[in-house]
Design a binder for this molecule. Structure first.
Ligand SMILES: Nc1nc2c(c(=O)[nH]1)N[C@H]1C(S)=C(S)[C@@H](COP(=O)(O)O)O[C@H]1N2
Ligand SMILES: [Mo]
Length: 571
């Protein structure tokens, strides 16, 4: 029985690594010096922390997974002693590239944690059904650890150490960006391999949808990333933000001044790319753009200063509104010709007390990650991702919108009848507030479930632009014939639910969930969701009437098909 197997036997260290990487013989027989030999102790162990350690899942098998726990008790000193020795003498060094190759049962499944490399292949093989552990494979455990809020971390660490096969190369640990090459993307930051990459250079990626509904606040590592150019490397010490166009002349602020001269505010806001769910438009008729699934949307808590406060310090007064209509933003990232990314928002959104527009230097309580605009980005709650300019270099108060390509000739909606021969970009306004949106994050399209389950749980997200609050999500299991009302939440389970946001300031999404009986005598479910906001805006039921040549604003009812496998147990 697998359960009774000594986890430190030779096979635990993985014959694969022994052959390939010449693990020192002393290590390969670590079972002898580390195991108590009392195999029954594995059965007695109760804590499910192991489960949650490696991404929290493998639902229901928690107790089983704790089998490695017991024998570590009382051996702590010895274990750390052994580890120290091993660090110096025995463990091979692996590059991140090598680790990333190990993402399947066939190739082996490796993860890294605090600079060490672990081969968890056997663990995964012994516990099929743990989808989420597959997500961590090939990459770092840290963000999953945070996402699935492991309690008992000490114990988990000890157990994890029994799966250790090597050290991550010092270079990769430091994520040194000393790569000298002509590739302008060579200094882009590391990214978590769980992300579905739509384009590598520039980097555009979205998380697996189920991750979105697992955490109200999306961990930064999993937050969708949408870059048009290489990530600029900005030295925080020499960083300067320029504010232009106001009567007082140009105001220049260092990062330090930005942080100390203005009060800090935090805002939890959802960002969504205009192209979220574009792939569904592509299925109707080809569109131009990155083929985003349903996860070009994420939710974070942003910390920074109010754009309003900075504009006031730069000389903004109400009479400025007599001639100025827009606030333009310029990023420090640029294309090969030296053109910076840029966009603008209406002046009234920028200066409104209620607008909550931030110049953010923090994301989820930490410095902004490089991919998300370090050291400063604009966060325009309720407004399309494209206006949330990252790596902010310049703010310009102006009578004109940004003249950038992204403001003028992109991110606009058109009739389904408009094609590339007839399109006139001047004829449509730039997208600002986004329409009502919702999607099903789990189950995934094409899932097969057993009839004997009797119930099905469906989860997803819902959000509306302009601070409009989602007030209801309807879910159907039969393609829209009958409907259930989903349960909404604005925080993580277990935490006290947030009070409703003030009217017009619902910047963050709601996660929703419903568990409903499986309809009898249906072989395939067509699960549908649609959300309603507090202006009673609703999603259109199908894609064709909202199809547009750039594939933006894709917000039709989301549909997912699930097959039901009939119970064969009687046969
Ligand atoms: N400077 C700069 N800002 C930018 C972009 C960019 O490429 N450069 N992309 C925009 C787009 S289209 C989106 S959807 C969001 C994505 O933000 P994220 O990568 O933090 O998710 O950033 C916006 N801000
Ligand atoms: Mo975007």
């Amino acid at each position: 029985m697998l359960l009774l197997r000594c986890v430190h036997s030779l096979s635990r260290i993985s014959p694969r690594s022994v052959q390939r990487y010449q693990v020192a013989p002393a290590l390969a027989t670590c079972g002898l010096h580390r195991c108590s030999g009392d195999q029954r102790s594995y059965q007695r162990a109760q804590s499910p922390s192991w489960t949650y350690a490696l991404t929290g899942l493998l639902a229901g098998t928690g107790a089983v997974l704790a089998y490695g726990l017991q024998h570590h008790k009382g051996q702590q000193a010895k274990t750390s002693e052994v580890q120290t020795t091993e660090k110096i003498s025995a463990f091979p060094i692996f590059s991140q590239e090598e680790v990333t190759k190990h993402r399947s049962l066939e190739d082996g499944m490796w993860v890294t944690y605090r600079g060490s490399v672990y081969d968890i292949t056997e663990f995964v093989a012994m516990h099929p059904g743990g989808d989420k552990i597959l997500l961590a494979a090939g990459g770092a455990l840290e963000p999953f650890w945070a996402l699935y809020a492991v309690h008992n971390q000490e114990h988990v660490l000890e157990i994890l150490s029994t799966y250790k096969i090597g050290e991550l190369s010092a270079e990769d640990v430091k994520k040194q960006q000393t790569v000298k090459s002509s590739d302008p993307y060579s200094s882009d930051p590391e990214r978590h391999p769980v992300l579905h990459v739509n384009s590598l250079k520039p980097f555009n990626a979205e998380p697996p949808p189920e991750i979105l509904s697992d955490s109200y606040i999306t961990p930064s590592a999993f937050f969708f990333k949408r870059n048009h150019f290489p990530v600029p490397q900005v030295d925080p010490a020499s960083y300067r933000l320029h504010v232009e166009g106001l009567p007082g002349g140009t105001l220049t602020l260092s990062l330090e001044e930005l942080k100390t001269r203005f009060p800090k505010h935090t805002v939890t806001a959802t960002l969504q790319c205009a192209g979220n769910r574009r792939s569904e438009m592509n299925e109707v008729k080809q569109v131009k753009g990155l083929n985003w699934g349903i996860a070009a949307i994420s939710n974070a808590t942003w910390g920074g200063v109010k754009l309003r406060d900075v504009l006031l310090a730069a000389g903004y007064r109400p009479d400025v509104a007599q001639w100025a209509l827009h606030v333009q933003f310029e990023g420090l990232d640029k294309d090969m010709t030296g053109t910076n990314y840029g966009a603008s928002i209406p002046l009234n959104k920028a200066v409104s007390e209620e607008g909550d527009v931030l110049l953010a230097y923090e994301m989820n309580g930490e410095d902004l990650p490089a991919d998300h605009g370090f050291p400063v980005r604009v966060v325009v709650p309720g407004v399309v991702g494209a206006r949330n300019v990252k790596w902010l270099g310049k703010i310009i108060v102006s009578a004109e919108e940004s003249s950038s390509h992204w403001q003028q000739n992109d991110y606009k909606g058109f009739s389904p009848g408009t094609d590339w021969d007839t399109v006139d970009f001047k004829s449509a306004p730039a997208i600002q507030e986004l329409p009502i949106q919702s999607a099903i994050t789990t189950p995934e399209d094409g899932t097969v479930i057993d009839r004997d389950r009797e119930e099905i749980t469906v989860k997803g997200y819902a959000w509306s632009g302009g601070g409009r609050e989602v007030i209801r999500v309807d879910v159907s299991l039969d393609g829209g014939k009958t409907w259930h009302v989903a349960q909404l939440r604005s925080s993580d389970e277990g935490k006290a639910p947030d009070p409703s946001p003030p009217l017009g300031k619902a910047w963050a999404w709601k996660l929703w969930e419903i568990t409903a009986p499986l309809p009898a005598e249906i072989k395939e479910l067509e699960i549908v969701c649609k959300a309603v906001d507090n202006s009673y805006n609703m999603q259109p039921d199908t894609v064709p009437p909202i199809w547009n040549l750039r594939g933006v604003l894709s917000n039709a009812w989301h549909r997912v098909k699930v097959k039901i496998r009939e119970d064969l147990s009687g046969e």
